[in-house]
Design a protein around this ligand. Structure first.
Ligand code: GZL
Ligand code: ZN
Length: 305
């Protein structure tokens, strides 16, 4: 071939593993880091032919993307389901086409576990419990009014993080959740809902945000109301992205439980194992850290996301 041309054969050649990935959207810093991890790992040089789509947080777009991957005859389908329910039909179609499906980050709620090979992601109930335990131990020594910024309605992280927080705080009579509403995991959503909370509730002591981005939006609303975030109103969140960890180091957020978004390497390993005829565990739990202000200051220089 003409030395100037970039032959389509290349190092991956015909033996590249074709993977269709349907991503939730681009709603948060966590999602951006998760997307980067997948795209940086499932590369041509690593032996993959990755087809990637962003569903703008709409389930119908994810279903459409999965159907198009089935039509293209990809060898594997992976996706992060924006909500837990409504997937059986399209997953049945993937199964009928003999295309293994891998769930990353979020789970689906289905009776038929043969519809996917494995689910790799954090334990969101555990994350909610860890935040709740820290609030109970550190802030729940006196009566506190808590407002909750929930993630996307119907999503596994929103359902489970709410449950976990309640499990860890229900026995502490000092802790009262006085308001709870979805901010859809976005900064703007968190800001708008927090503005409403501030208008309706004169005494808010703690904000529990299901992710850093909504916590950062709440900071904007609290400062606009002339109050000091992290001091007048404490803020606890989940994710541990750079902007959240920076706010924690600055004392505007008080505690963060990490939710590791770097799922690319594990996804690549799972697909290669399956491709070599191996088997994988049906549930792979990613390990998460937790940070107070001092720990955030120490961790920030080395954070990958
Ligand atoms: C959690 C992930 C959540 C993050 C949010 O694994 O699904 O979605 O916590 C993201 O930041 O939007
Ligand atoms: Zn109070």
């Amino acid at each position: 071939a003409d030395p100037g041309s970039t032959s389509s054969e290349g190092s991956s050649g015909g033996d590249a593993i074709s993977v269709g990935f349907s991503q939730v959207g681009a709603e948060s810093g966590w999602r951006a880091a998760n997307t980067k991890s997948i795209q940086d790992t499932l590369t041509k040089d690593a032996g993959f032919d990755l087809k990637f789509s962003d569903a703008q947080q709409k389930q119908e777009n994810q279903i459409q993307a999965i159907r198009s991957y089935i039509a293209q005859g990809v060898q594997y389908i992976a996706f992060s389901p924006v909500v837990e329910t409504g997937w059986d039909a399209v997953l049945q179609e993937a199964k009928a086409a003999n295309i293994p499906v891998i769930l990353t980050d979020r789970a689906v709620d289905t009776a038929d576990t043969s519809l996917y090979v494995t689910f790799i992601g954090s334990d969101f109930v555990e994350e909610g419990k860890r935040v709740g335990q820290w609030v109970s131990d550190n802030l729940g020594t006196e009566p506190i009014n808590v407002v909750e910024l929930q993630g996307t309605t119907g999503s596994a992280p929103a359902i489970d993080r709410k449950q976990g927080f309640e499990d860890a705080t229900k026995d502490n009579a000092n802790i009262k959740i006085i308001a709870s509403q979805t901010g859809d995991f976005t900064r703007d959503g968190g800001k708008k809902v927090m503005e409403g909370f501030l208008q309706a509730n004169p005494d808010i002591d703690v904000v529990y945000a299901h992710n850093d981005d909504m916590g950062l939006g709440a900071i904007e609303a609290i400062e606009a109301a002339g109050k000091k975030p992290g001091v007048d109103i404490k803020i606890v969140t989940i994710d541990g992205v750079k902007d959240g960890m920076t706010a924690l180091a600055d004392g505007k957020i008080n505690y963060i439980v990490e939710c590791n978004p770097l799922l690319g390497p594990d996804l690549a390993k799972i697909i290669k194992t399956l491709h070599d005829g191996g088997t994988v565990e049906p549930r792979i739990v990613t390990q998460d850290g937790a940070f107070d202000q001092e720990q955030a200051k120490a961790a920030l220089p080395d954070r990958q996301y």
